[in-house]
Design a protein around this ligand. Structure first.
Ligand SMILES: *[C@@H]1O[C@H](CO)[C@@H](O)[C@H](O)[C@H]1NC(C)=O
Ligand SMILES: *[C@@H]1O[C@H](CO)[C@@H](O)[C@H](O)[C@H]1NC(C)=O
Length: 366
């Protein structure tokens, strides 16, 4: 997709559209506040050099030089390498590349990378950890992770045979986003343009619907952190913010603790029961407690429960999308550390890596 000298006569400038597609995208992204990232497939499975067994010719003269090219030419903020499975990090020269990237490259101070740098590296080493496609642990992780998923449930690329029922619903996208950010993850949403560079109108519609919901509830999403509790049920998830940053962050970097006056809690309600009373057992009642609908700022009536609170939504018109509540002045919580709790339960090991029984990849299609 760029005029690579290591892919002479087999790139988008020499053949096909005769355009530097990566360069044109870079120029357009520079006009926005969106960070510019590049996906790089280490593999070119049918390249004659790659097919030469017991030789590193392909990585010597193709993939490794191309990684240097994309950094020097386009200075991306994110590099999403795709090179797990069949070859080792040694084959790809990942260590050499990453050492150069972070010590000497023109983007050494800002670049962010993922974890697919060779067989067995995924989930172990990297800037953010992807673990697998569609990774959705359902619990907090101590390191930044990513749920990468597709709009077309059957493909990462353009598929001419795609049907409307193959495309994730807006509600499913919101559900994935909420589950992900509550547990400290980042959501990567893929869709494949066609060979003309067009985006299928059904993708465009889903993206603008998701965008509408995200913009209406941005305060609970952008710049938020996981809370001390991640969810009350499969339909109630939390994020949080602090009014004032703390002086000491120590081991509480990946989630915010609950301080009555300082912590803002956001509750995402994915499903609301027909009696329109929602129970939030994790939220401690106080006399000052304030619960509002985030998008409209309307105040809600709260009653104290044996455990937590109940919020009365009976007067609200409930849309299909998730309703987001903003909760202020809930009771202080001391001595609860979700990471330590998950380690005790055996979902995380001592180093904070998810254990085998924690890897709940919940996906309704794949
Ligand atoms: C490549 O190496 C493997 C294992 O060392 C060996 O079994 C195989 O015959 C080699 N292939 C070639 C084409 O030399
Ligand atoms: C939170 O969500 C996870 C994953 O969906 C689920 O296993 C767990 O039971 C939920 N926690 C509570 C308290 O319901």
């Amino acid at each position: 997709m760029w005029p690579s000298p290591t892919s002479w006569n087999w790139n988008s400038v020499d053949i096909g559209p005769h355009r530097d597609i990566v360069g044109e995208l870079k120029t357009e992204f520079a006009k926005t506040d969106i960070h510019f990232g590049l996906y790089f497939s280490q593999y070119e499975w049918f390249h004659p050099y790659y097919l030469q067994s017991n030789s590193t010719l392909y990585s010597d003269v193709v993939s490794y030089p191309q990684m240097l090219e994309i950094v020097n030419r386009y200075e991306p903020d994110v590099i999403w390498s795709d090179g797990d499975w069949d070859q080792t990090d040694e084959y790809w020269k990942s260590k050499e590349f990453l050492a150069w990237l972070y010590n000497e490259s023109p983007i050494k101070d800002n670049v962010v990378v993922n974890d697919r740098w060779g067989h067995g590296i995924m989930g172990q080493h990297g800037g953010f950890l992807t673990y697998s496609d569609h990774y959705d642990p359902g619990h907090l992780l101590p390191r930044k992770w990513e749920n990468c998923l597709t709009l077309d449930v059957n493909a990462w690329g353009h598929r001419r045979a795609m049907q409307a029922s193959d495309v994730r619903t807006t509600k499913d996208l919101i559900t994935q986003l909420v589950r992900t950010i509550s547990c400290g993850g980042n959501m990567l949403l893929n869709f494949g343009p066609d060979k003309f560079g067009n985006i299928n109108p059904i993708f465009e519609e889903r993206l603008s619907e998701l965008g509408k919901w995200v913009n209406a509830n941005g305060e609970a999403i952008f710049g938020s952190q996981p809370w001390v509790y991640q969810n009350d049920t499969n339909d109630v998830w939390y994020t949080s913010k602090l009014r004032q940053p703390l002086n000491s962050i120590s081991d509480y970097v990946v989630f915010n603790r609950q301080f009555k006056d300082n912590t803002l809690i956001y509750a995402f309600l994915l499903k609301i029961s027909s009696d329109r009373m929602i129970k939030l057992p994790s939220v401690g009642y106080t006399d000052k407690l304030k619960v509002t609908v985030l998008s409209t700022r309307s105040n809600l009536k709260v009653t104290k429960q044996k455990q937590g609170i109940a919020v009365d939504l009976s007067h609200l018109k409930i849309a299909d999308e998730a309703l987001v509540l903003k909760i202020e002045y809930a009771a202080t919580v001391t001595n609860v550390n979700p990471i330590k709790r998950l380690q005790k339960m055996g979902s995380l090991d001592g180093a904070g890596h998810p254990t085998k029984n924690s890897k709940k990849i919940i996906d309704m299609y794949l």
